[in-house]
Ligand binder design. Structure first.
Ligand code: AMP
Ligand code: MG
Length: 382
């Protein structure tokens, strides 16, 4: 699937609006950071020398207001954290080690050259790559970009996503439910997942279980979107209209059906560069297959890679195996130096609460009987 995904292109994004975006060109430091030698403490800038000296205070260096005066043997400049070191000073005596009597200060500790001084380039070196292309921009990365001097960053274009939930039974959040009706939880959950993956969600609509309505909704969504996230209607029931409608609209099926529990009916296809994910309707199946298939694709469209943390853990309890690979929702806990995975409640594909508080998907390979406690399973962090 990922082999067929081409990145959508790039754009310059102001750093203030780049949270969660994929960086597609490296960020280099425009200059040294720190840019100038400055004090790591509130205190006095002095020349190097022994304890016990009594020095005349000749000026003050505050953050943003460097001192004009020069420091020499016998003098000191009052200094704040982050303020520029005055010419002639070698080090800083913190206020805690100084007796300040207004005009003079007595230094109670020896000062070696460079003491409590931050040097240019200690954080970032001019010209060095400080953020690599392909990473996602979290708050710390944005802070580093700003301190490196950037006002904008080059990012992958955000995929435009339409979420379509199929099902006559679906009602909006909070609606009073008639017989056989349920609240449409997939629309909100899938839109949220796509948003945190960096996508721009154009809309989340409900589509009724009718052939023509399904075709019309898919057709309109395909015109304006890079990615369609469909939920429901991709199984083999008489009211599952998604596959025939997609075929009529020229969306080429790449796969239908995966050896996964939950998530068996998952469908993937494309029309030109547009990607269509037909996710199962069961709420857990929809979120699990989104995580395993759609999320990596959304990141690849932005020029990034699947950045979900991976690892492995031991099952804390025996788990019945299945003839398909299982994606168990687990909580993780460290006990006696071992990482243990406990299923987060009942694992039915309709038990959406099993996703709440789950730390990871534990991928249990297919097999017979039970996997015993201690069985090692690969993890994909949620
Ligand atoms: P389907 O894949 O359409 O056969 O649906 C499978 C199950 O998931 C049924 O129990 C549906 O009622 C349920 N379901 C389908 N879509 C949603 C949705 N958007 N939100 C919550 N449950 C859903
Ligand atoms: Mg349905």
């Amino acid at each position: 699937m990922l082999d067929t995904v081409e990145p959508l292109g790039t754009e310059e994004v102001p750093v203030e609006r780049a949270l969660g975006r994929v960086l597609t060109a490296p960020v280099r430091a425009a200059g040294d950071v720190p840019r100038f030698p400055n004090s790591a403490m509130d205190g006095f800038a002095v020349t190097a020398g022994p304890a016990g000296r009594r020095l005349r205070i000749v000026g003050e260096s505050r953050a943003g207001h460097p001192a004009g005066e020069t420091v020499a043997d016998g003098t000191a400049v009052r200094i704040s954290t982050g303020a520029a070191m005055p010419a002639g000073a070698d080090g800083v005596v913190p206020v805690e080690e100084a007796r300040d009597d207004g005009d003079h200060v007595t230094v109670e500790a020896p000062v070696a050259p460079g003491r409590h001084v931050r040097l240019p380039g200690e954080d970032l070196r001019a010209g060095a790559v400080v953020l690599e292309a392909g990473i996602r921009l979290a708050p710390a990365e944005l802070g580093v970009a700003v301190s490196a001097g950037a006002a904008t960053v080059t990012c992958g274009r955000r995929p435009r996503v339409t979420v379509l939930s199929t099902g006559d039974e679906l009602r909006p959040p909070g609606a009073e439910l008639g017989p056989g009706e349920i609240h449409n939880s997939n629309a909100v959950a899938l839109a949220g997942l796509a948003t945190v993956a960096g996508a721009e969600v154009l809309g989340a609509e409900r589509v009724s279980d009718a052939r023509e309505a399904t075709r019309a909704a898919l057709s309109a969504a395909l015109e304006r979107s890079d990615v369609l996230l469909l939920s429901g209607g991709v199984s083999v029931g008489p009211h599952d209209h998604v596959r025939p409608a997609l075929a009529e609209l020229g969306v080429e099926e790449r796969f239908w059906g995966v050896q996964l529990q939950p998530g068996k009916p998952t469908w993937f296809g494309r029309r030109d560069a547009r990607l269509v994910f037909g996710l199962p309707g069961n709420p857990v199946s929809a979120l699990v297959t989104y995580t395993l298939f759609a999320r990596p694709a959304l990141l690849a469209l932005q020029g990034g890679t699947d950045d979900a943390a991976r690892g492995e853990a031991e099952l804390a309890v025996p788990v019945r195996r299945h003839n398909r690979e299982q994606a168990l929702r687990v909580r993780l806990e460290r006990r006696d130096g071992r990482l243990l995975a406990t299923p987060n409640g009942p694992q039915g594909s309709h038990v959406l609460s099993s996703m709440v508080g789950a730390d990871a998907l534990a991928m249990l390979p297919p097999g017979d009987g039970e996997a015993p406690a201690g069985f090692v399973v690969p993890l994909i962090a949620l």
